[in-house]
Unconditional design. Structure first.
Length: 562
């Protein structure tokens, strides 16, 4: 039976009704209604923009059509990402509140797999529609492209579940017998091979970063012989999505449906005992979800590194009460050093490589532009991935508010270690890019001086808004509209603050630049004066944000947070 056991179908219906009741309860509050309306408006506007662009491009005949090889390449990239993420769920994932009930119920293991598959397929509906709408912009017939990509999106959960089951079985049989450093060696080898492929000489001579534009590179990669062979499994869905005629589309549609059916039947009939690994997976996911509900995210939500437990935490900010609070947060960062260094190192490496690619035509004469790009994007991504601030202290706010020092000092001491960490990695990336360019123009000193106040302002905005409007994230899609709405509000506040500060900075820079005509100082001196003015404005903004953050902390009502 494709639907599974009747009792499990009843459980799924009850869960769906429970989700609807949660949404109704959220919409009974003014905050929930406002965030839901903002989130719904953002999603609706995004979908409308895609559909409008499709219709305008079709009328003008300016729409770029994706080839079948390119569609296979992107389909393989999405599939690999989905299958790799499936490896984090060993065996069959079941929620902690359901696993003991389902394992003790008089239902077969195949029925339990069917139950989880249908839950996964329902959760994949939004993502599949998202991918299908995006794909309609680049295929000959938008309706055919929508169906092809949607079928691929609904097939990936089946393949991911099979990978999880087989990976769990392999782990039980083989991986536990491998040496502890074997998996790290394999991962490091994979990174080295990827970098070797990126910097390997192409057929036309020179490295792949030195020949052709980025658009030409994306056109060349899918047609490489090795890539063409690796992407062959995506042929049915890619050809279906890029079909130009109804005869070709309806000839391949039954094949894609049959593949879905065969994968479904193979998945529910895999003779693998997944119960022990499912118990471990359920406990791991429950711990992660608990950290998310406490407000923790990014590297701060990871496990403490046991090898760092014996490290001595340095007193970087003195031994005063302010330094003691900063020392406490520094210890949190060091205890989770493995996740911190992995995220930060990956972001730094990708930013340096991206700027090398961006300025490939003249890589040694553009350190200033590369430094600005690294500073901007490095701040955004690292601040989003490293949350060692009030967002991980939500369950300890009663203790935080009882500390006998000024609120603005508590605010600054809590966010300062994260600011220093992010700014340090951004400065390291800028210096690495300058070392690659082989020149150190004086203008870069201004960028380096602006890194710390920029990061401080960004983190202070995040935490001040969090203290005024605390939120416990809801994992999954249950609170998606509210989360999208809150993200939009936070983005608007950041944009507003950036526009105000940026306007003042631009005015000061322009004044310093044009004043050199009357005063007569050099261009380098004008740049230094403009950078000093920008630094003074940013420091003033940071002082204001720290003051506002302290006020928000002093007004934080612990009893209000539930």
């Amino acid at each position: 039976m494709i639907g599974g056991h009747p009792a499990l179908r009843l459980l799924a219906r009850r869960k769906f009704i429970g989700i609807l009741r949660k949404q109704v309860r959220r919409l009974k509050t003014s905050q929930g209604v406002v965030l839901a309306l903002i989130g719904f408006g953002a999603i609706a506007l995004w979908i409308w923009s895609i559909l409008a662009r499709n219709s305008i491009g079709s009328m003008r005949g300016a729409r770029t059509v994706m080839s079948a090889e390119t569609a296979r390449f992107f389909g393989m990239v999405i599939s690999v990402m989905s299958l790799v993420s499936a490896l984090s769920f060993r065996g069959l994932y079941l929620p902690r509140e359901e696993i003991e009930l389902l394992f003790s119920a008089p239902v077969s293991r195949s029925d339990v797999i069917r139950y989880r598959l249908w839950i996964s397929l329902c959760k994949s509906l939004f993502g599949s529609v998202f991918m299908a709408l995006v794909a309609t912009r680049s295929v000959p017939v938008p309706a055919f492209g929508f169906v092809g990509v949607f079928l691929l999106g609904m097939t990936l959960p089946l393949a991911a579940q099979m990978v999880s089951l087989f990976a769990g079985d392999v782990e039980n049989r083989w991986i536990q017998r491998l040496p502890k450093g074997a998996l790290r060696t394999v991962n490091l080898l994979g990174i080295v091979l990827i970098l070797a492929f990126v910097f390997s000489p192409s057929s036309g001579g020179g490295s792949s970063f030195e020949t052709g534009s980025t658009q030409d590179l994306f056109k060349r990669v899918p047609t490489m012989p090795v890539i063409s062979v690796l992407t062959l499994p995506m042929w049915p869905w890619a050809t279906l999505a890029t079909s130009a005629s109804p005869s070709q589309f309806f000839a391949l549609l039954p094949l894609c449906v049959v593949i879905w059916w065969l994968l479904y039947q193979a998945c529910v009939r895999i003779p693998i005992d997944y119960r022990e690994l499912s118990l471990e997976t359920s406990a791991d996911v429950a711990r992660r979800l608990s950290r998310l509900r406490r407000g923790t995210g990014g590297a701060a939500a990871g496990k403490a590194d046991s090898s760092a437990a014996g490290w001595r935490v340095p007193w970087l900010f003195g031994r005063s009460p302010f330094g003691a609070l900063a020392w406490r947060k520094t210890g949190t960062i060091l205890r989770k050093a493995r996740g911190t260094l992995m995220i930060s190192g990956a972001v730094v490496l990708l930013l340096v490589l991206a700027t090398i690619k961006l300025f490939e035509n003249d890589p040694r004469s553009s350190p200033l532009g590369a430094s600005i790009i690294i500073g901007a994007f490095g701040t955004i991504y690292l601040c989003a991935g490293l949350r060692f601030d009030f967002r991980e202290d939500l369950d300890r706010m009663d203790v935080v508010k009882s500390w006998p020092i000024a609120s603005w000092q508590v605010f600054l001491a809590t966010i300062l270690p994260e600011v220093v960490l992010v700014a340090g990695f951004v400065i390291l990336a800028i210096l690495a890019r300058i070392a690659y360019a082989g020149s150190f123009p004086v203008e870069v000193l201004g960028v380096l001086a602006l890194v710390i106040p920029t990061v401080l302002g960004w983190v202070a905005i995040d935490n001040a808004v969090f203290l005024v409007w605390p939120v416990r994230l809801t994992p999954g899609q249950e609170g998606m509209l509210q989360q999208v709405g809150r993200s939009m509000v936070l983005m608007l506040l950041r944009v507003l603050a950036t526009l105000i500060v940026g306007g003042v900075v631009v005015a000061g820079v322009a004044l310093a630049w044009y004043a050199r005509k009357w005063i007569g100082y050099s261009e380098q001196m004008a740049i230094m004066i403009a950078s000093s003015a920008a630094l003074a404005v940013l420091l003033g903004e940071c002082a204001l944000l720290v003051y506002l953050g302290g006020r928000a902390l002093s007004r934080f009502d612990v009893a209000r947070d539930r």
